[in-house]
Design a protein around this ligand. Structure first.
Ligand code: ACO
Length: 317
């Protein structure tokens, strides 16, 4: 069905912030962060925006796919941290790489890249696009309260991208949303209207960590089982698992519950932390460039987060 991957790319900003540096800013320690989350450092922007990250990741994906920007029929970017509401991240990338196709952003928080990929599949299946650039890009550091130890140790900045084209490698997928702000909320700027009398909340990540954790472990296991069965495969047929890099304990739990060996899970959380919509495409691009991913292999992608939302798909590489 529908697509095959032509190429992948990613970009992270240069500045790495270590756990020891954070320990000087808030009451935390390298030991706590490594044990409870699995992050040792994260990349944080000093000048660049989410669109800048997306541009570099897109250039690298086009190079890896060996196609020109003019050959793209659509660009979709998933983000919750665009520095401009308009132009979109996808629109900025379109202009900077010299593409002529339509471009738009979508927001489904940490599941955003997989929602964008599924949208690309729909365009390709309908025949309205052949080559699609799908991006996940975030500058989450602008949405963090850097005095809140329960969130500032978790997140990081960066972007990942993939070029997909018509093919038969998208075997099954699932998308899920349970709307509401009780577990995760990132309020936006309320504006300066003299007429608006609503509450003004700080535009930072508010997350009930334990509730998010429970949601994540249940969805990651059930979504992976669901897409594998829907594709007519069994869990032992899976060669690689690329999940949202939110917490190393979530990945360990999924490996145990699913009985899929831990070595099949690609993990880069230690270096980059949770980069939300950029997390899955960065990990996929790293796995691809490592040479470990071979044509014809079966790969599961899975993500979960704000929304609440989750998504998974199973692909033949
Ligand atoms: N350093 C030291 N102690 C800390 C820190 C820290 N950075 N953060 C919290 N603590 C403390 C708490 O205050 C608490 O102390 P207390 O027992 O004295 O009250 C204790 O550690 C335990 O806190 P918990 O919140 O229970 O810690 P937990 O083990 O649940 O870990 C975490 C918290 C890492 C957030 C975990 O719950 C988690 O990973 N949740 C899932 C996050 C996720 O998947 N997010 C994805 C979506 S994000 C998005 O969509 C934007």
């Amino acid at each position: 069905m529908a697509i095959k991957f032509l190429g992948t790319g990613f970009y992270v900003p240069e500045r790495a912030v270590t756990n020891d540096e954070l320990s000087e800013m808030v009451d935390t320690s390298d030991e706590w962060i490594m044990q409870r989350v699995g992050v040792s450092r994260r990349r944080v922007s000093t000048y660049e925006t989410a669109s800048d990250f997306a541009f570099y990741a897109a250039k690298s994906a086009l190079e890896s796919a060996n196609i020109n920007a003019e050959d793209l029929d659509l660009i979709i970017a998933a983000t919750i941290s665009s520095d401009t509401v308009c132009p979109t991240v996808a629109g900025t990338v379109q202009s900077r790489i010299g593409a002529k196709c339509p471009a738009f952003d979508i927001n489904s928080a940490c599941s955003g890249f997989l929602f964008a990929l599924d949208t690309a599949v729909s365009f390709i299946t309908r025949g309205t696009a052949k080559n699609v650039l799908v991006i996940g890009a975030e500058r989450l550091s602008k949405l963090i309260d850097w005095t809140d130890r329960s969130t500032c140790v978790i997140f990081g900045d960066g972007a990942g991208a993939a070029v997909v084209t018509s093919g038969d490698g998208y075997l099954a997928s699932t998308l899920y949303t349970s709307g509401g702000n009780q577990v995760i909320e990132i309020p936006a700027y309320v504006g300066a209207s003299p007429f608006y009398k609503g509450e003004e909340k700080k535009p930072f990540v508010f997350m009930d960590g334990q509730e998010t954790f429970k949601f994540a472990v249940s969805k990651i296991v059930n979504d992976i089982k669901y897409v594998t069965e829907k594709a007519g495969l069994s869990l032992s047929d899976i060669d690689h698992v690329v999940t949202h890099q939110a917490n190393i304990r979530i990945i360990d739990y999924a490996s145990k519950r699913l009985g899929i060996p831990r070595e099949k899970f690609f993990v880069d959380i230690e270096k980059y932390g949770n980069t939300s919509a950029a997390s899955v495409p960065i990990a996929l691009a790293e796995l691809n460039s490592s040479g470990l991913l071979k044509r014809g292999e079966t790969v599961v992608l899975s993500a979960f987060g704000g929304g609440l939302s989750s998504a998974a798909c199973i692909i033949k590489w």
